[in-house]
Design a protein around this ligand. Structure first.
Ligand code: CTP
Ligand code: MG
Length: 407
């Protein structure tokens, strides 16, 4: 199987390999309060260190499976780790078990990919060579391949406190990740799987496929307990300056586009373009329904390549349930700042019969600009000649463009 990049329908090179990094576990045995992937090794998290190895390995689509509600944080870390491979990053939401998380990751693998590696984020120090060895075994014809380490200790079979026998150590090996498979084999095995398996190799073997062993690495140990975390902290190599920030610093400006629609029918008074409009009917929505602010958030995030409003402000974030424009825009400004950008300018147009913007346009521009750290924001408004849902007065629509420049 050739390993060079295939050509996708749009003539964009598509890597033949995907790495699913499962990072959605809660880390019960580590017991540090945060999901394990977001626990720090030094000033960077376990996930960030794991991604360093992944992005130093042969080029692949990288699917990070994050805990529900932490997709935005995972995306931020991935973009920072990805350097010039940011277009290869995908984030998926994990499930209740590791197997469900892998399944969610598999759904996000691009159509052209034909080798899939599954890797535990908790094996944060895995060297890139292990990925290369695993990919090579599949490219050479294996259905599946996993890195293993010889077992050093003599292993006994015990029954309570009694030793009841020994096992032949030469027949045993400790399994690690990344575990690699032909994509069609892994897809079919996951479709067929009803039981819960401890790893992907066991699931694929149960589907009747042979799995090859390649050399693992002592650094690929899984951070499971507090003692493992201490060991990883003593071994970790510092991460050099964030490549995404450097990339942004050298990059040209970027534009982004965002739209939003909300219907009338919310509680209380109207909030739109960062202003309260006493006497006007409220819009409905998870937050205050401020379509103008939400369109600007999407425009800014899209310009920075940071996903969209749902990635960072999903309905599972209760702190944004009643939030106004200021909170959304301040958080968005922080996100794009961390990625190495500042706002050049924003232009937004609102389509609505009501409210009448002309009298308060300057006030709206000032409020939105203040929320964006003083960046230039222009607001325009139009009606649609009685046509469409904005014309009949059912709701409002907003359209925004944003320009970002390197910070
Ligand atoms: N994992 C996952 N989704 C789950 C459970 C685990 O993506 N529902 C991932 C973890 O994030 C980890 C890898 O699978 O990178 C190996 O799992 P494990 O070491 O058991 O991590 P946790 O499940 O987080 O830890 P614990 O079992 O102690 O809760
Ligand atoms: Mg677990």
């Amino acid at each position: 199987m050739p390993l060079d990049s295939a050509r996708g329908p749009g003539l964009i090179p598509v890597p033949r390999v995907a790495v699913i990094v499962v990072a959605a576990g809660s880390g019960t045995r580590l017991g540090s309060g945060a999901p394990k992937a977001f626990v720090g090794l030094d000033e960077h998290t376990i996930l960030r260190h794991a991604l360093r190895g992944v992005f130093a390995a042969p080029e692949a689509q990288v699917v990070i499976v994050a805990p529900a509600g932490r997709e935005g944080d995972a995306l931020t870390e991935a973009l920072e780790a990805s350097g010039d491979r940011r277009d290869l990053v995908t984030v998926a939401t994990g499930g209740a078990t590791r197997q469900e998380s892998v399944r969610a990751g598999l759904h996000a693998v691009w159509a052209d990919v034909d080798i899939v590696l599954v890797h535990d984020a908790a094996r944060a120090l895995t060297p890139p060579e292990v990925f290369a060895r695993t990919i090579a075994a599949i490219a050479d014809g294996a259905d599946g391949a996993i890195p293993v380490l010889p077992v050093i200790d003599t292993i006994k079979r015990v029954d309570g406190a009694a030793v009841v026998g020994a096992l032949d150590r030469s027949e045993l090996a400790a399994a690690q990740t990344p575990q690699g498979f032909r994509r069609d084999v892994l897809d079919a095995a996951y479709q067929a799987a009803v039981d819960d398996f401890t790893d992907d190799a066991a699931l694929v073997a149960a589907a009747g496929h042979a799995v090859a062993a390649v050399a693992g690495d002592a650094l690929s140990f899984k951070i499971t307990t507090p003692a493992d975390l201490e060991r990883a902290r003593s071994l970790v190599q510092p991460i050099a300056p964030a490549p995404a920030t450097l990339a942004a610093a050298q990059a040209a400006p970027r534009v982004g586009f965002g739209t939003d629609v909300h219907g009338f029918g919310g509680e209380g008074t109207l909030w739109l373009a960062g202003l309260e409009w006493p006497g006007e009917p409220a819009l409905s929505g998870h937050s205050d329904g401020d379509a103008v602010a939400h369109a600007i958030v999407d425009a800014l995030l899209s310009a920075a390549g940071l996903g969209d409003i749902g990635t960072h402000f999903g309905t599972d974030r209760p702190e944004y349930a009643a939030a106004h424009a200021e909170a959304f825009l301040a958080r968005t400004l922080a996100l794009i700042g961390e990625a190495g950008w500042r706002v050049g300018n924003v232009a937004v147009q609102v389509q609505a019969n009501r409210p009448r913007f002309a009298a308060r346009r300057a006030e709206a521009e000032a409020a939105l600009s203040a929320a964006l750290g003083g960046a230039s924001v222009s607001v325009s408004a139009t009606t649609t000649d009685g046509l469409g849902f904005t014309g009949t007065g059912e709701g409002v629509a907003a359209f925004a463009v944003a320009l970002l420049v390197p910070a």
